[in-house]
Design a protein. Structure first.
Length: 114
């Protein structure tokens, strides 16, 4: 069981962050959302072709009040991580020279449909 509204907030935050990052990048923009299941786990990734994320900031961006944006509060990602962890999952980021990938791992079971 999961709180649908909270999870929607997390994924909206990740998508809006990606869109913001791509506004600052030159070249083509692409936001990719993927999901896969296996071994009782759900993996969802949100990737963008934005300005990138230096590897040394990959964990720091989840610290309250740390932001890479000019007008950011530094609260969106820490709150998102807290929501995912409260659902028994993990949220992490990996950077690339052009873009960033956020991955969400959640425990999952398949519900039987009547």
């Amino acid at each position: 069981m999961a709180d649908r509204v909270q999870l929607q907030q997390v994924f909206m935050n990740l998508m809006l962050n990606g869109i913001d990052a791509m506004k600052e990048a030159s070249g083509g923009s692409e936001l990719t959302i993927k999901s896969e299941t296996g071994d009782g786990q759900l993996l969802i990734s949100v990737s963008d072709t934005g300005v990138g994320l230096p590897q040394e900031q990959a964990d720091r961006i989840f610290t309250a009040f740390f932001t890479t944006k000019d007008n950011g509060t530094g609260m969106g990602l820490p709150i998102s991580r807290s929501i995912i962890e409260s659902h028994g999952g993990r949220l992490w980021a990996t950077g690339a020279p052009a873009g960033c990938n956020f991955s969400v791992h959640l425990p999952a079971t398949v519900a039987a449909h009547a």
